[in-house]
Design a protein around this ligand. Sequence first.
Ligand code: FES
Length: 142
Amino acid sequence: MVALSRRGFICGGAAVAALATVPAVAATGIKTLANGKTEVNLAANKSLAKVGGVVQLSIKKYGKVAVIRTSKTDNGFAVIRLACPHEGVIVKPDSQGGWNCPPPRGHGSSFALNGTLIGGGEANSSLKPIKFTATSKAVTIA
Ligand code: FES
């Protein structure tokens, strides 16, 4: 892994340039499959067409999560829980292209877009990744 900057974006060994703030929008085209997995349709979520695009959704077993486009490959995504590992406050997009654990309930920890802990606040670990599979048509969250 190669860190490009404080806000560097790291994915699968391939570094992606630091990204401008990307508004995280609510996901649409969400389907719960018979096996309990959650499918995010890519055609219905245009913001995931671009590297750095983000959508947010809630899944019963994980709470609020984000799907992030990390590269143009079919499997080029990250899926992370948005609950801060310190006390579970939901992190918010920040002005530097990552996530911040907001006051007054949160304590100000910062995370890269892919959930990697940057520092500050009280968190001592990254946002938790969630297993998924992806194709050119959908991201399926385990
Ligand atoms: S709850 Fe996020 S830093 Fe404390």
